[in-house]
Design a protein around this ligand. Structure first.
Ligand code: NAD
Length: 495
């Protein structure tokens, strides 16, 4: 049965430093609530700059003392694979822990978040011995080489929407490349990653190589980004925070930074699609999964006129069939919004979109759910101009705008976004048209006749423009955790 009693989940709290759960007695605390019912979940200690400094210095000392970066890469891979196995076998603990503290329904945490986390770790493990350097084409009495080396201590900051998966992408890639990591998870969903760290230790990741500091962005997040011993930062979250982290990295380094940021991804639909029912399911799923709190949510439907009305009708039916409810309610099919503040933000954008001339075909309000918590009814907004706030701004909720076009050129123009370029969907039976659209759309990922991530971890993910810099997943994610050293050997004559 995909259910549990929320009060019966044992929620660990604290920092995780040097292989131990740490709860400083006098530290300032933050009361963290459960998104599903707004009830108190646990008290979170908030790291100040001194605490972050302690965690980073310790990671640095441990990294230098341990043989993690020097041991044969296949041995590192073996540890990471063991970690993945432990994560996979821990579904009964990890999935309810993830579900109670986030917007991830238990059913999905069991079927997707936990196995996807484990498989991602395996993917990174497989790269441990695959990314050496190259031999360069130098003159024949020289030998030119590049060798790859880890940075040392990598700082990682993650958002609240998929706490385990987002953390595993950052930590798995950094560890596989031979680094140590200090992770600061979102203060809204800080607990499940503690279990991930415990399992890493059990698998044989040396103590002090994977650390967690808890805290808010302005204090702990900034202290981490600025810390002189952090040689590289990796971040997933909003564009505004990404810019703040990048400037901290510029001023206090400079050091490289990977940024996975916001999006406003289009679903471009041409009128030759063969199966409207199937397409409606794809489009509805891409904006209601995790209640739209997904960076790559397909939030702008751009549809060719002839099929606009029948497609919209089918999407509305699917929206209205969803049943909001707590993550532990096995019958619920729509997740909660992370916080009342985020629900108010959604309401604000929807209201402004009305002010700009749009109208709501369905949804548009909070859903009444007896449990408490904030639930937003899946919302479809029509009559939007390209300048409408609901078209321009990332809403991060189950809100879909609809724009209608006639010609291919017009559709492509509407699909473009002034700032964001994270992902896009193109739906058509015409291969040439699909490929023209793929080339024209300025986004880090284009899905053709599907939408959303698959378990092809080898496909990198990341954005264009204000949606980010660099990639998570793929070979590129591991490469981003490695520096390149050039070596030139002169053997022209005996020395
Ligand atoms: P957020 O930017 O508010 O917070 C993300 C993290 O940054 C949190 O851990 C927060 O504490 C920290 N932070 C905040 N201010 C900081 C500062 N000044 N310095 C350092 N750290 C700071 O984002 P969020 O609301 O948690 O997540 C939602 C956003 O994340 C959306 O914009 C979404 O699109 C984006 N996201 C992107 C991807 C991707 O792969 N591109 C994936 C998931 C989420």
């Amino acid at each position: 049965m995909h259910t549990f009693h929320p009060d019966q989940i044992d929620v660990p709290s604290g920092h995780f430093i040097d292989g131990r759960l740490l709860r400083p007695a006098q530290a300032a605390g933050l009361a963290v609530s459960r998104p599903s019912d707004g009830r108190h979940q646990a008290e979170l200690p908030l790291a100040d700059a001194a605490m972050v400094d302690q965690a980073v210095e310790n990671a640095w000392t441990r990294w230098r003392a341990s043989d993690w970066s020097r041991r044969p890469p296949r041995e590192r891979a073996r540890v990471l694979r063991r970690w993945a196995d432990l994560v996979e076998a821990d579904g009964a603990v990890l999935a309810p822990l993830e579900a109670v503290g986030s917007t991830r329904p238990l059913r999905e945490a069991l079927a997707w978040d936990v196995p996807f986390t484990a498989e991602g770790l395996r993917f990174f493990a497989e790269y441990a011995d695959k990314l050496g350097g190259e031999v360069a084409a130098t003159r024949s009495d020289h030998l030119g080489l590049t060798v790859t080396e880890p940075y040392g201590v990598v700082g990682a900051i993650t958002p609240w929407n998929f706490p385990l998966v987002m953390a595993s992408w950052k930590v798995g890639a950094a560890l596989a490349a031979g680094n140590a990591v200090v992770l600061k998870p979102s203060e809204l969903t800080p607990f499940s990653v503690l279990r991930l760290a415990e399992l890493a230790l059990q698998a044989g990741v040396p103590a002090g190589l994977f650390n967690i500091v808890q805290g808010d962005g302005r204090t702990a997040g900034e202290a981490l980004s600025r810390h002189p011993r952090i040689a590289k930062m990796t971040f997933t979250g909003s564009t505004r925070t990404g810019a703040a982290i990048m400037s901290a990295c510029a001023l206090h380094g400079p050091k490289p930074v990977t940024l996975e940021l916001g999006g406003k991804s289009p679903q471009l639909v041409f009128d030759d699609v063969p199966d409207l029912d199937r397409l409606a399911a794809t489009i509805a799923g891409a904006i209601t999964g995790n209640a739209g709190q997904v960076c790559v949510a397909g939030s702008r439907l751009i549809v060719q006129r002839r099929i606009a009305e029948p497609l919209v009708e089918r999407i509305v039916q699917r929206f209205e069939a969803l049943r909001p409810g707590p993550t532990w309610d096995a019958a619920a099919t729509l997740a909660p919004i992370i916080s009342p503040a985020q629900a108010a933000r959604i309401a604000g954008i929807v209201e402004r979109s009305h002010g700009a001339g749009a109208h709501t075909r369905c949804g548009g309000t909070l859903a009444q759910v007896g449990s408490g918590g904030a639930y937003w009814r899946p919302t479809l907004i029509e009559g939007v101009a390209a300048s409408n706030p609901a078209v321009l701004e990332e809403i991060f909720g189950p809100v879909l705008t609809v724009q209608v076009f006639d010609s291919e050129e017009e559709g492509l123009a509407l699909a473009a976004h002034e700032h964001y370029g994270l992902a896009a969907g193109v739906h058509t039976a015409d291969l040439g048209r699909a490929l023209r659209a793929m080339r024209a759309i300025q986004a880090g990922t284009v899905w053709i006749n599907r939408y959303g991530r698959s378990d092809d971890f080898v496909i990198p993910t990341g954005g264009y423009h204000q949606s980010g810099i660099g990639k998570d997943l793929g070979r590129q994610a591991v490469e981003a955790n490695l520096r390149v050293k050039s070596v030139l050997i002169d053997f022209a004559s005996p020395q």
